[in-house]
Design a binder for this molecule. Sequence first.
Ligand code: PGA
Length: 244
Amino acid sequence: MQLIVADDHEAMSREAARAIAEVLKRKPGASIVIPTGNTPLQTYRELVQLYKRGEFTTAQLRPFQLDEYLGLPADDSRSFFGWVRRTFLEPLDIPVERLIRLNGETDEPEAACRAYDAAVQQAGGFDLAILGLGSNGHLAFNEPPSDPQSPTRRVALTEASITSDGAYWGGRELVPRYALTCGMTHLLAALQILLLVSGQAKQAILEKTISAPITPEVPASYLQQSPNVVVIADKAAWPQAVPY
Ligand code: PGA
């Protein structure tokens, strides 16, 4: 695990966008899993700037959704599908049909998860997993406790996630209670993992993710065991000296 500490959120976002662009230069057909959340928004804007300067192309990029609320139509303003479309796909000229969805608009969540798994397998796994860090240590919606074998599945959101997602939508009552999540197995097997962490509110959980004993109670702590993990944090999230 490598830890890069950037001065602030903007610098973290530039660093992250450069790292993603490097993957796409090397492998234009890379399969990449794309998170929502506030943390990567500026990274995506920086990435679009690099794209517009011609640093990489997106014609072959294979995007995968990371997680999705269960039971929302795709055109609901809270749908993660819509969020990925607005912030990543459209600005990078990627046709929305190319996104491998985790389809939360279904009465058969199990079948939706197996269809997603089949697509990940067909792609040969992820070349790059871009991830944010939940304030409770979740990766995607692999809520605590989640072990490294956790499959793609339907999950009940924890109180912590309902509270933090409530900030996106104007209240806890607006947060769906169930979601589909890409499993830990796929994420941990990605050839490269980029964990983006920003802000003082993430200090304590980032410390646990990097330095505390590995435990299902902090699913992100399993990243300590994965060889190709780069954590890009800002100083607000990691104010101490870099430990190694
Ligand atoms: P955030 O969410 O980027 O909005 O902090 C991260 C997450 O919950 O995974």
